[in-house]
Design a protein around this ligand. Structure first.
Ligand SMILES: CC(C)(COP(=O)(O)OP(=O)(O)OC[C@H]1O[C@@H](n2cnc3c(N)ncnc32)[C@H](O)[C@@H]1OP(=O)(O)O)[C@@H](O)C(=O)NCCC(=O)NCCS
Length: 183
């Protein structure tokens, strides 16, 4: 998934991205509702090195993509595609705080849906979000994912428990978005 749009470039994470990746992924604001939080630059370096060995559609694997500003090539975030099984892909996304609220995440998720449904011909996309992560919930519903489940206190969160919401979209919903059906 190497894509260039009017504003963005989506391609491989590179070794020289390690410090930028560490900087925003270790930022408490970015890491608050995320599974992975690097505690040292070496974690980010290892993460990028490990990605060299992950091919798209590798069952069980997370395949991470770099999100860059098209012109400068600056790393502003990352997109994760988790090949849950042969038919289902889970999506995850993180942006540098200064690059949020520009619509970049929306652009990237729409490209990811095109790639997963149009390119890989998958049946189902899912994404999980902590209900307190309102920007994430707004983003997922904004690109057309449906709220499918709300699991109460299902995830460990430090000393306590956190709720987890599941969002999903089927290929047929991507093909015919809900708001066009009654036209
Ligand atoms: C989840 C996350 C990626 C969402 O980022 P975001 O900036 O809210 O989402 P977008 O990039 O799509 O930007 C949408 C916002 O940009 C605004 N915007 C500005 N210019 C825009 C444009 N050209 N096109 C579309 N929206 C635009 C929209 O109005 C919207 O504003 P709002 O947030 O006030 O509603 C971000 O909060 C994040 O990285 N969080 C930390 C990691 C995390 O929790 N990830 C969970 C995975 S979902």
């Amino acid at each position: 998934m190497q894509i260039v749009t009017a504003r963005l470039r989506i391609d491989d994470l590179r070794p020289e991205d390690a410090s930028a990746l560490f900087a925003y992924r270790s930022d408490p604001e970015v890491a608050r509702y995320q599974g992975w939080k690097p505690s040292a630059l070496a974690d980010a370096e290892r993460f990028i090195e490990a990605q060299k060995h992950v091919a798209p559609d590798t069952l069980g694997a997370w395949w991470q993509r770099a999100i860059r500003l098209r012109d400068s090539g600056d790393l502003i975030g990352d997109l994760g595609l988790h090949f849950v099984d042969a038919d289902t892909v889970e999506l995850g996304i993180s942006l540098v705080p200064a690059q949020q609220h520009h619509g970049y995440a929306r652009d990237v998720l729409e490209l990811a849906l095109d790639f997963v449904f149009g390119g890989l011909r998958k049946h189902r996309v899912i994404a999980s979000a902590d209900p307190r992560n309102t920007a994430c919930v707004r983003l997922l519903e904004g690109v057309g994912l449906r709220r499918e489940a709300h699991f109460r206190e299902s995830l460990r969160d430090g000393e306590g428990w956190a709720d987890d919401m599941l969002f999903a979209m089927l290929e047929k919903e991507w093909l015919v978005p809900a708001d066009t059906e009654d036209r």
